[in-house]
Design a binder for this molecule. Structure first.
Ligand SMILES: *[C@@H]1O[C@H](CO)[C@@H](O)[C@H](O)[C@H]1NC(C)=O
Ligand SMILES: *[C@@H]1O[C@H](CO)[C@@H](O)[C@H](O)[C@H]1NC(C)=O
Ligand SMILES: *[C@@H]1O[C@H](CO)[C@@H](O)[C@H](O)[C@H]1NC(C)=O
Ligand SMILES: *[C@@H]1O[C@H](CO)[C@@H](O)[C@H](O)[C@H]1NC(C)=O
Ligand SMILES: *[C@@H]1O[C@H](CO)[C@@H](O)[C@H](O)[C@H]1NC(C)=O
Ligand SMILES: *[C@@H]1O[C@H](CO)[C@@H](O)[C@H](O)[C@H]1NC(C)=O
Length: 427
């Protein structure tokens, strides 16, 4: 049978109609544990929907699930869009008392393995008890800050936010492998990990504990290894402004005999109503150092240093009033001036001791020689001067002058010449 040529356009038309009328659907069973909130969101300007069927089927742009097991339908005009136009947010809470916190940031998506095909964001909301801070320790080798529009090579990017009475501030976006070893945030904050579609969340644990008392809304600790290293940090909310009247602190820790150089780059100055934005450097070595942002913002330090930034009360009516900057921290082994002095002094001391010892030894040798000479003199006297009138005796130098000569040249020759003399007389 030869197919009718008229049937082909009809078939195409029918297929097109089918594609229009029946969207693509992907069904996934989502199990949400107690204490966890899962939000499935569609991208803006998309024709995708998230649908669930209870009595009848309902579709939404965004839908939240708590403590339940549901069959979720991801519906899009094309199959392609299903895997690009949804984001899944998985949120949980960690509460801290004044002594301890009720959990850690445990990264595992084993209970959400069916959602692997979507972009996922895992978020932990952390609440410290009033007037205290919580602390997150990052596993070695720590985190590295990146610009908000940058992405991490490994695919996992971390975001840290502090919730303040006046609104939330983004402390930064980070990738794995950097010098940031821990962070403390006053009162409340959020920590999140973004994982792109089809990538498994790397199993990990970030410990959460009650922090020490801090005077800033956030304190970031950097721990550097031995040798030379550098790190770049950005001001909170970068490239937007550090919140008005806020205080933030960076604690820079280096191994012994290391120094730090802190440099403020690309500083954008705020317009202040009260006071001015200032930086305070504190270290064990000396008294606190205060600097304004117009000063040369480069500072060399010995050992550990803490850098505190205090923003002024900003003029919010001015649209271009922003405080933002990047902070470069360089650390290296420090060739200390006092160390050099110590080494030089030690070398000098050794030289002096050597000289003294040499002196004593020489004196001792001198004494021994003098004794030997006196012995020799006695001996000679007994040999040569039975009558005290020989030439030998009269040539004998005064004691103490030119002993060397006395021993080397006089001794034997004089003794033997006498013997020779007697021999020759005998002959
Ligand atoms: C999913 O992640 C990829 C890569 O990270 C990104 O390009 C895409 O825009 C994300 N999609 C959504 C809906 O956020
Ligand atoms: C987290 O805590 C566990 C014990 O609770 C400890 O073994 C581990 O070393 C800690 N990790 C970090 C990065 O501090
Ligand atoms: C810096 O601080 C850390 C942790 O408090 C400490 O182990 C280290 O010895 C300090 N370094 C110096 C040079 O004082
Ligand atoms: C400084 O800021 C400009 C624009 O705001 C940007 O292009 C440049 O990369 C920044 N430099 C550094 C070192 O961050
Ligand atoms: C910043 O400090 C320097 C001296 O350390 C001073 O000369 C300068 O006027 C100060 N700038 C402002 C804006 O006060
Ligand atoms: C900010 O805006 C004011 C006017 O509103 C202008 O005079 C000033 O030069 C601007 N400053 C910067 C840094 O752009």
């Amino acid at each position: 049978m030869v197919p009718s040529t008229a049937g082909v356009p009809l078939l195409v038309l029918l297929l097109t109609l089918k594609a229009c009328s029946a969207p693509e659907v992907e069904k996934v069973t989502v199990h949400v544990d107690k204490g966890v909130t899962v939000t499935i969101q569609t991208k803006q300007n998309t024709n995708c929907k998230v649908c669930i069927k209870v009595w009848r089927r309902n579709c939404f742009d965004s839908k939240q699930f708590k403590d339940s097991t549901v069959l979720v339908e991801f519906e899009c005009p094309t199959r392609q869009a299903i895997f690009t136009d949804f984001t899944v947010k998985i949120e949980q809470n960690i509460e801290c008392s004044t002594k301890s916190c009720n959990g850690h940031i445990v990264q595992s998506d084993s209970s959400f393995s069916l959602l692997l095909a979507f972009n996922r964001t895992f978020t932990w909301t952390l609440n410290a008890s009033p007037q205290t801070a919580f602390r997150i320790d990052f596993p070695k080798p720590g985190l590295r800050q990146i610009r908000p529009w940058e992405a991490c090579e490994g695919g996992h990017s971390f975001t840290l936010q502090a919730s303040r009475a006046t609104g939330s501030a983004t402390i930064g976006k980070y990738c794995r492998e950097g010098s940031i070893s821990s962070v403390q945030i006053q009162s409340n904050g959020r920590f999140s990990v973004e994982v792109p579609a089809r990538q498994k969340l790397q199993n990990d644990q970030f410990n959460v504990s009650v922090g020490e008392e801090i005077q800033s809304f956030a304190k970031i600790t950097l721990t550097f290894p031995e040798g030379t290293s550098s790190s770049e940090l950005l001001s909170p909310n970068y490239p937007d402004s550090v919140p008005s009247s806020s205080v933030i602190e960076w604690d820079i820790q280096v191994p012994d005999k290391h120094g730090t150089s802190v440099q403020f780059l690309n500083v954008s100055q705020p317009r202040c109503l009260k006071n001015m934005a200032a930086v305070e450097y504190r270290s064990k070595e000396r008294a606190a150092l205060f600097r304004n942002l117009t000063d040369a913002q480069r500072n060399e330090e010995k050992g550990n240093v803490s850098v505190t930034l205090r923003n002024c009360e900003m003029d919010m009516t001015s649209s271009n009033s922003t405080l933002s900057f990047s902070l470069r921290v360089l650390t290296s082994v420090r060739t200390d001036v006092t160390m050099i002095l110590v080494v030089v002094t030690a070398v000098l001391a050794i030289l002096v001791i050597v000289a003294l010892v040499a002196c004593v030894v020489m004196k001792k040798q001198k004494k021994t020689r003098m004794k030997e000479r006196q012995e020799a003199q006695k001996y000679q006297t007994s040999i040569y001067n039975p009558d005290l009138s020989t030439r030998v005796y009269s040539n004998w130098p005064e004691p103490g002058s030119d002993e060397e000569h006395v021993y080397v040249s006089i001794d034997e020759t004089k003794i033997y010449s006498h013997l020779l003399d007697t021999q020759s007389t005998a002959q």
